[in-house]
Design a protein around this ligand. Structure first.
Ligand SMILES: [Zn+2]
Length: 764
């Protein structure tokens, strides 16, 4: 899986309007108290945070990385277990109470792989082998490297004509249809990018393809970006992106134990009934292997924006290129080793603040995931140091190092599924990271924590510019804003909006399945490259081309550390609903706008068809298939959603008033344990956003406000049941979903009102 942090966004130019005020140190006693703290507990907290900030050491981050990436450590490998035991030892050495929790999961590894061009061009067999690079010591560990493959592809042996499908997302198939190209009975070749990779075989199979090849085009992460490895950071010609293609639309985790923990005695689905394997065989290849295949495709020339970076003319097909694709796996069960480390809370031990990163990789995995894992480990060491100095968090803190994230968030999902009842009672929040590089703080997650995370970011210094990481992220946002509205938002709104969390990392079981407020953090935006999920993602690459002095690693330890401490020590849980209500209003407006646009587009399309526009403008020498008339959507009733948003805004404002009142004059009422009942309500606020039956056709995804798109995979969709019904043109379902989401929001307002009543009673 790929975290969304590496956005490859290049921000050009300098924004002239914003003032580059130096970082105002927030670590002074005269500052306003932290949100959710009384004046006195805030002053104490700031002192501990100041101490914490000074502890993380780049030298340690580098040493941890060198150790963890010394050998390949995919699920089931000897070094995966070795790393888990080493992490366990470290957590214990730091003074945390740690143990390993083990699960048993289905984890296929390749037995037979073949891609050969058998017709339409000179016979060619794909190499599917990444060569060692001189000077890069771990690239030569060939006996331990997992071959290049896509995990959870079904077994298959097919020979068929080849069709080029661009990124292989649903829109691409509409373009193929206009050109009269069908993939029925064909093997599709798609390039990596734009969607999560598992979407490509899924959509291909839905259109009748019998096999799928996914390749890394040099336009996307190879030489078009810059020098290739080892001269530069970009993907070399034989580099291959491994990765899972498990169908994640329905559920995540082990395919044999949907929604239950994969413990030794769990009831398992027989392999033949496993729902989340692909429907057609899939293999990934390099651009060196893809070139002869693409060269042998004829038929219409691919549209301009479908053409990649290879020095060939891209055609659509089908054929005359004919490919023989063979993929067989060893369908073995493998052990997972999750490392779980605790610091018991002093005042509210039954309230858990959780923080994690995965430790497994496809190969040596320096960037993904070790660059993130080492910052979490160093954070845990910092907590241990503070404990020795007398710090005692109010709440229990749990550090997690997950196994099996790469094949499908297995370690985190199985752990959450095993402990879901306890978690729903005790979990305050989960903070995730995955890979880390250099640049800007990227924050995503639950909007009840938006204000909280903005405050955390204001208190961390960017190691290069010495601005706060909040200021730097804000300025980057302004420089890159695509609309005036977005720019105004960034300039005038007190808090930057958090992006939603999609799929692709270990936050998903917490947020989407268990309804636990979750946040993803990481630094990115200044490093680029093409070693993702290849043997070249290793210590040599990272220490030459990424955060080689580990100063952004230290910044991430500080960011995560402060967030964890501040959640764990707060008098009143620092969830804030004003930002939340404002964000949800924006998402509701977006979904309503989308419904209106769809109506207009369909009207326009029908008009064009009626006027014969397509036939009149098509080049008669080229094949052109006119789209069919579509039914005009009815006007939909979104009033329940609009009303629910208004209620939410009112409840949030009332809560804020009550909190301001109780916080006035030092907020003495906040101290002590009289807030227990309010905190219990607040902890449940994210749970209220879920329903037991989940999203339509996606029972594992219980959260009604956010989900990874069923046809995008990584990218999140807001109010997904409504949004996806609209996208699929199921109008009645969209309206019903809107009513259900409205009910969820009304329930949330009721919870906020109860918290307000309890807070108000304390100031009477
Ligand atoms: Zn990762």
């Amino acid at each position: 899986m790929k975290t969304c942090f590496r956005t490859f966004l290049i921000v050009g130019g300098v924004f002239a309007g914003a003032s580059l005020a130096p970082l105002k140190s927030r670590v002074t006693a005269d500052d306003a108290p932290l949100y959710g703290y009384s004046a006195s507990s805030s002053a104490v907290e700031r002192q501990w945070e100041e101490k914490m900030r000074a502890i993380p050491d780049p030298k340690n981050l580098r040493a941890y990385m060198e150790r963890l990436t010394a050998r390949p450590h995919n699920v089931g490998s000897a070094y995966d277990k070795d790393n888990a035991e080493w992490l366990l030892g470290k957590f214990k050495e730091f003074g945390l109470d740690a143990h390993i929790e083990s699960f048993s999961v289905l984890y296929p590894t390749p037995k037979e792989r073949l891609v050969e061009l058998v017709d339409g061009g000179p016979h060619f067999t794909a190499k599917m082998q990444e060569p060692p690079v001189p000077g890069d010591p771990t690239s030569g560990q060939t006996s331990e490297q997992l071959p290049t493959y896509n995990a959870y592809s079904i077994d298959g042996d097919v020979t068929a004509p080849l069709v080029y499908v661009n990124y292989g997302v649903p829109e691409d198939y509409e373009v193929l249809e206009r050109h009269g190209v069908s993939v029925k009975g064909a093997i599709v070749i798609a390039r990596y990018g734009k969607s999560w990779r598992g979407i490509k075989p899924l959509v291909g199979a839905e259109h009748g393809a019998v096999g799928c090849i996914i390749y890394s085009d040099p336009r996307d992460d190879g030489y078009s970006g810059g020098e290739t490895f080892p001269k530069g950071p970009w993907r070399p010609k034989d580099g291959v992106q491994r990765g899972s293609v498990q169908d994640s639309a329905m559920f995540m985790g082990d395919p044999l134990t949907p929604a239950i923990g994969a413990t030794a005695d769990a009831k398992r689905v027989p392999l033949k009934d496993a729902q989340s394997l692909t429907k057609i065989p899939v293999l990934p290849i390099s651009y060196a292997d893809a070139e002869p295949l693409l060269l042998a495709i004829a038929g219409p020339v691919a549209p301009r924006d479908w053409r990649g970076g290879l020095p060939i003319t891209y055609h659509l097909g089908p054929g005359p290129a004919k490919v023989h694709l063979k993929m067989f796996s060893n369908w073995d069960m493998k052990p997972l080793y999750d490392v779980i480390a605790q610091i018991p809370g002093g005042t509210y031990p039954e309230e858990w603040v959780m923080r994690g990163n995965h430790h497994d990789a496809w190969v040596n995995g320096a960037e993904d995931p070790t660059s993130g894992m080492v910052t979490v480990l160093e954070e845990a060491r910092s907590m241990g140091e503070l404990l020795k100095q007398g710090w005692k968090p109010k709440r229990t803190i749990i550090y997690c190092a997950w196994d099996g994230e790469e094949p499908g968030l297995l370690g985190s999902t199985e752990w959450v599924e095993t402990h879901v009842d306890e978690l729903r009672l005790h979990a305050v929040a989960y903070i995730n990271s995955d890979s880390n590089s250099r640049g800007y703080l990227e924050m995503e997650g639950s909007h009840t924590l938006e204000h909280f995370m903005n405050d955390v970011a204001r208190d961390v210094q960017d190691p290069e510019t010495k601005l706060s990481v909040w200021k730097r992220a804000q300025l980057r946002g302004i420089a890159g804003a695509s609309t005036a509205e977005e720019k105004r938002d960034l300039l005038e709104r007190h808090d930057m909006r958090l992006d939603m969390l999609g799929g692709g990392s270990d936050h998903a079981p917490f947020l989407n399945f268990a309804g636990i407020a979750a946040i993803g953090i990481g630094y990115a935006g200044e490093d680029h490259g093409g070693i993702y999920h290849s043997i070249y993602d290793d210590f040599y690459w990272y220490t030459h081309f990424s955060d080689y002095d580990f100063i952004y690693g230290r910044a991430l330890s500080q960011t995560g550390g402060i967030a964890v401490m501040r959640l764990a020590d707060a008098d009143l849980l620092p969830l804030q609903f004003a930002d939340f209500a404002d964000d949800i209003r924006m998402y509701v407006r977006e979904v309503e706008k989308f419904a209106g646009q769809q109506r207009e587009q369909i009207q326009e399309l029908n008009q064009k068809i009626q006027e014969g526009l397509f036939e009149a403008t098509a080049d008669p020498r080229e094949t052109w298939v006119t789209p069919k008339r579509e039914e005009i959507p009815p006007h939909l009733n979104f009033a329940p959603l609009d009303n629910a948003v208004e209620d939410l805004a009112r409840s949030s404002a009332d809560y804020q008033k009550a909190l301001d009142k109780i916080s006035a004059n030092g907020g003495a009422a906040l101290a002590g344990t009289s807030l227990r009942e309010v905190n219990e309500l607040l902890m449940q606020s994210e749970r209220r956003l879920t329903t037991p039956e989940g999203l339509p056709g996606r029972f594992w995804y219980k959260h009604q406000l956010y989900a990874p798109g069923a046809y995008t995979g990584y990218a999140a969709k807001a109010i997904p049941a409504v949004r996806e019904s609209l996208e699929q043109k199921k109008w009645k379902e969209a309206e019903q979903a809107a009513a259900r989401v409205a009910q969820v929001l009304e329930n949330e307002s009721v919870l906020i009102n109860s918290a307000t009543t309890k807070l108000s009673a304390m100031t009477k």
